[in-house]
Design a protein around this ligand. Structure first.
Ligand code: HEM
Length: 415
């Protein structure tokens, strides 16, 4: 099992002061908010549905489903060019200065967003991911082989965290022996780097250099992998420029790892602590698995990307000033009781479930087929081999937050 107590990246998070008023001072990194954001969103939805904070450079937090639907369509006034909620200090933000798009299509507006997205989508259709399923199942079984005899593991570190980096590494065609590096880089750039700009810049540069070398290699020695396919994709009669391919590979690594690892981890956390639901899934048929995955995506939706107001704009009784950050709180929308019956409860067989865990509109997740497949295979394989399991120390569980929420330490026992 992995020892996380000495993790140098995880232990470098700065301190914060207590929240006084959610409506004007919410704290997206407050450990209490990370453990239970649901009650904060419920309070805000009733009292101040678009909250504001000055923390971390300032941001807005919408909590109602209808507002998220409307705001996702306010393109490009609410721009995606800078989807990370905390901007880099100018001295470190070299991507912006060069005009290089670090992670298209997620960090682009149309038209660049449209053609970069078009280049990616064929690789993530059900047909495009068909070959990934058998690999994922083999991988999950091998991971379980590694800890099942011990009767315990960290379900976040030893299982959930290990799956998406290997699946995306295989798809991209990069060395999956570097998986620990990929995890460190992605945590450095998105999870812990959010509050530590130098850490973020360091890992951004590492990822960029890594993919610059991979892209140069594929131009010279084409292979049967996604990096080669992107190198061979054309836009307006010319191959995609190296900078764009590097940015798209960067996005695959970052978007493909943290998100799905968080969803698998949250689902296991739910089942570890909810015996009735766990026992139900031990005998589940395919129909129940399908609705259960959607319900877990709804309830524990991990991803909150940001928008930047391109000009002063009024919406829902507030004015976003030019440059303001708006958190696209898709997870909060998924808990809106106006759209989900008993929104605060997990119903594994929920039939009407128009959740927005994968976003809304032009930026809707391009990897949703892959993400759903990984969740299905990871959870089904776990349940086939470990149907009974519980949290061995509920207080030891930690949750990452900010823009991707999920358990990061989660000791469980079984057998
Ligand atoms: C359960 C896992 C996942 C969740 C919940 C999730 C969620 C999201 C959300 C909410 C967005 C929209 C962001 C916005 O509006 O700014 C998004 C975009 C995106 N996701 Fe995912 N994602 C997951 C897994 C993946 C995977 C596995 C990949 C592929 C490797 C992926 C690739 C992308 C891409 C490329 C975009 C940008 C699409 C665009 O801007 O046109 N995601 N994702």
């Amino acid at each position: 099992m992995t020892d996380t107590s000495t993790d140098p990246v995880a232990n470098a998070v700065p301190e914060r002061c207590p929240v006084t008023d959610l409506a004007t001072d919410y704290d997206m990194f407050d450990p209490d908010y990370l453990k239970d954001p649901f009650s904060a969103w419920a309070e805000l939805r009733d009292t101040c549905p678009i909250a504001h904070t000055e923390r971390y450079g300032g941001s807005w937090l919408p909590t109602r489903y209808d507002d998220l639907q409307a705001m996702a369509k306010m393109v490009p006034i609410l721009s995606s060019k800078s989807p990370i909620v905390i901007d880099m200090p100018e001295a470190l933000a070299k991507d912006d200065a060069t005009g290089y798009n670090a992670a298209a299509p997620i960090s682009a507006d149309p038209p660049e967003q449209s053609w970069t997205r078009r280049a990616l989508l064929p690789h993530f259709t059900p047909k495009g991911i068909a070959a990934d399923s058998a690999y994922t199942e083999r991988l999950c079984n091998e991971l379980i082989d590694g800890f099942i005899d011990e009767g315990r593991c960290d379900a976040a570190v030893d299982y959930a965290q290990q799956i998406p980096p290997r699946v995306i590494a295989k798809k991209l065609g990069v060395d999956d022996a570097m998986v620990d590096d990929f995890i460190e880089w992605v945590r450095g750039v998105l999870e812990l780097g959010l509050q530590q700009p130098e850490l973020r810049a360091k890992y951004r540069d590492i990822i960029r250099s890594f993919f610059a070398a991979e892209v140069a290699d594929r131009r010279a020695n084409p292979k049967d992998d996604l990096i080669t396919a992107l190198c061979q994709t054309e836009h307006e009669g010319k191959p995609l420029p190296d900078e764009v391919v590097i940015g798209m590979c960067n996005l695959q690594l970052v978007a493909g790892i943290d998100t799905t690892w968080s969803s698998i981890g949250s689902a296991l956390w739910h089942f570890a602590g909810h015996g009735d639901d766990r026992r139900r899934m031990a005998d589940a048929d395919d129909g129940l698995w399908d609705t259960a995955i959607e319900e877990l995506l709804r309830f524990y939706a991990p991803v909150t990307m940001a928008r930047n107001a391109g000009e002063d704009v009024e919406y829902g009784g507030v004015t976003f000033r030019e440059g303001d950050k708006i958190l696209m709180n898709f997870p909060g929308a998924n808990h809106d009781p106006d759209h989900f019956e008993n929104a605060h409860e997990v119903h594994l067989d929920r039939q009407r479930n128009r959740h927005v865990a994968f976003g809304i509109g032009i930026h809707r997740c391009a990897g949703s087929n892959l993400a759903r497949m990984e969740m299905q295979v990871a959870l089904k394989t776990w349940f086939e081999r470990i149907p009974e399991f519980t949290l061995s120390d509920p207080d030891a569980v930690t949750w990452a937050g900010g823009q991707v929420r999920g358990p990061r330490i989660m000791p469980v026992t079984f057998g």
